[in-house]
Unconditional design. Structure first.
Length: 148
């Protein structure tokens, strides 16, 4: 193999080996005053996901949730978009990566409320068990992952 071919092949490797999740930019919409939303975005960035954070007024945030089919029982404090999916609340990075790798026919994921110990909601060693729910196309949900 010629040196030039070897260099070109080596330069292309990182692009070829990136998982699908790393190629998506997670667009996060949050209230300007919400610290836990910022902490959640920091979790995603620390895991290597590209993030774009937008501060939006609360009335616009709730209108957007409604347009995306996020009902009150599914809602949390921030809403994100990852490719064709909505990500609502403190969804763990691994769950987002799995969603983007598997690409199910669904609206997206949610962790309703703000469970203590979920990403961005850390409070020392305190933890509440929670489920990440898959929001199906018809609005029903099913457990996507459980976290103890």
């Amino acid at each position: 193999m010629h040196r030039r071919s070897l260099l070109l092949a080596a330069a292309a490797l990182p692009l070829v080996s990136l998982p699908a999740a790393a190629q998506e930019t997670i667009r996060i919409m949050k209230s300007p005053t919400c610290g836990c939303c910022t902490a959640w975005a920091d979790h995603l960035a620390a895991a290597g996901l590209a993030t774009e954070v937008r501060n939006v007024p609360d009335d616009q945030l709730w209108a957007m949730k409604e347009q995306l089919g996020i009902t009150g029982d599914l809602a949390s404090c921030h809403t994100a978009l990852a490719g064709p999916y909505v990500i609502e609340g403190h969804v763990p990075t691994a769950d987002i990566q799995r969603l983007l790798a598997e690409r199910p026919e669904a609206r997206g994921l949610t962790v309703p409320g703000m469970p203590i110990g979920s990403p961005g909601m850390e409070m020392g060693d305190e933890r509440e068990p929670f489920d990440t729910l898959l929001i199906l196309a018809d609005g029903r949900t099913e457990v996507f992952a459980s976290h103890a």
